[in-house]
Ligand binder design. Structure first.
Ligand SMILES: [Zn+2]
Length: 412
């Protein structure tokens, strides 16, 4: 499903020709600066995107921290792998004009620093080293290529509808636990554009976690202890399963393993594959072995380093993946079974849709007329609006508490 341009087989080329004949507005598949310019010019949702990262600090309320969003690092990767780290923007307009001018192949989001990252050298010269990350969403990065030892349909960056459900399972397990066990509610899931998913936990409590606290949360989810040579990658310790693991097993993993994975990956179809499962049993004895096999094959495998450190960069939602041309669209965790990476709009598809509507002059509506429209409106209504409402409430109560405090101290 995901492959480089040169591997497109002749049947597909015929199909493409056919499409082009039928639809005069079709745009050839591809990823290049010209396409990106149109995307950044007409479709990228600057307003919603920037609003998200302001976390309510862009309003008129006296409790707003006007410097907040300008201390956030953006990193652009330009054509030819030129990296522009430590970019910062005070307004959506500034961000928009910089993206349009530089036309980045990739946009990454870093932490909020103690000072404006673009002016960090000036602060360094002042003698006191005050340039440190102070806030960052709790993030998770899950990549299908980390499951190569348990999927037989694809390997590396390739993914198909037989192995993609492993990502769906990861979303379900993490999303449930982040909500139920940790009490987070503003969680954004994003398709990475090719072979995995990203998770952004945006509650203010999550953004303020220290590196140590992040590491502890990442460890909480860590069951899979990969490594090339470790034969047994999952080891469930203790006399009973941790309630979170027990629930994951009963609610999600067991059924998925028995009803889907066994068949889709044909886990017993060869001696070698059977042996792999037998090895897991022989090393432990029968106790717990069924659970351990299921966990080995299905449990989410996180890129731990991404979650542990505040200053890790993560690709921004609504970027385009250069290899697939697909948009990094949000995924609805409550309908993640329906998410099909092959159905995610590509850059050329979107340009074709723009062409079809004739590039009408009112650029504000360009978005709604394309298949990106429903991703943006999902982002807005399911994630952004509830988030901003919570931010506003927190901002007001923090401000009122501060007022009360200063009143109290005056009374002394
Ligand atoms: Zn596959």
């Amino acid at each position: 499903m995901v492959r480089d341009d040169e591997q497109v087989d002749s049947m597909e080329i015929d199909e493409k020709k056919q499409q082009q004949l039928e639809a005069p507005t079709a745009v050839p598949e591809g990823f290049n600066t010209d396409y990106l310019r149109v995307y950044y010019g007409k479709l990228f949702p600057y307003g919603d995107f920037f609003k998200w990262l302001c976390y309510g600090n862009d309003g008129k309320h006296p409790g707003c921290d006007q410097s907040y969003v300008g201390r956030r690092e953006f990193s652009f990767t330009l054509e030819n792998d030129i990296y522009l780290r430590f970019q910062s923007f005070d307004s959506a307009t500034e961000l928009e004009s910089s993206i349009k001018e530089k036309c980045p192949f990739k946009i990454d989001i870093g932490p909020v620093y103690s000072v404006d990252p673009s002016k960090r050298h000036a602060y360094a010269q002042s003698g006191n080293n005050v340039f440190v990350p102070v806030e960052r969403e709790l993030i998770f990065d899950i990549d299908i290529s980390d499951y190569d030892d348990v999927r037989y349909c694809c390997s590396g960056a390739d993914v198909c509808l037989d192995c993609w459900p492993l990502m769906t399972i990861a979303i379900k397990i993490l999303n449930t636990s982040l909500r139920d066990d940790f009490g987070f509610s503003h969680i954004l899931w994003v398709y990475s554009g090719r072979r995995g998913v990203h998770c952004w936990v945006c509650d203010s409590r999550a953004r303020k976690l220290s590196n140590e606290q992040r590491a502890a949360i990442a460890d909480y989810f860590r069951v899979y202890k990969g490594g090339e040579n470790a034969l047994k990658k999952v080891s469930l310790a203790g006399p009973v399963l941790h309630p979170f693991l027990a629930q994951s097993y009963m609610d999600v993993l067991k059924t998925f393993f028995e009803d889907r994975l066994l068949l889709s990956q044909q886990l017993f179809s060869s001696e070698e594959r059977c042996q792999k499962i037998l090895d897991l049993i022989l090393m432990k004895g029968l106790r717990r072995c069924v659970e351990e096999i299921v966990f080995s094959y299905t449990y989410p495998r996180l890129d731990m380093e991404v979650s542990k450190h505040m200053n890790h960069l993560l690709k921004a939602p609504f970027c385009i993946h250069p290899k697939t041309g697909r948009v990094c669209v949000p995924i609805d965790p409550s309908n993640c079974d329906d998410f099909d990476p092959a159905a995610v709009p590509t850059l050329s598809q979107l340009l074709g849709e723009l062409n079809a509507t004739g590039f009408q002059s009112d650029s504000d509506n360009s978005l709604e007329r394309t298949s990106l429209g429903k991703s943006i409106s999902f982002f807005r209504t399911s994630f952004l609006h509830p988030l901003l409402k919570a931010c506003k409430e927190e901002l007001e109560s923090a401000y009122n508490a501060k007022l009360q405090q200063s009143k109290n101290s005056l009374n002394w």
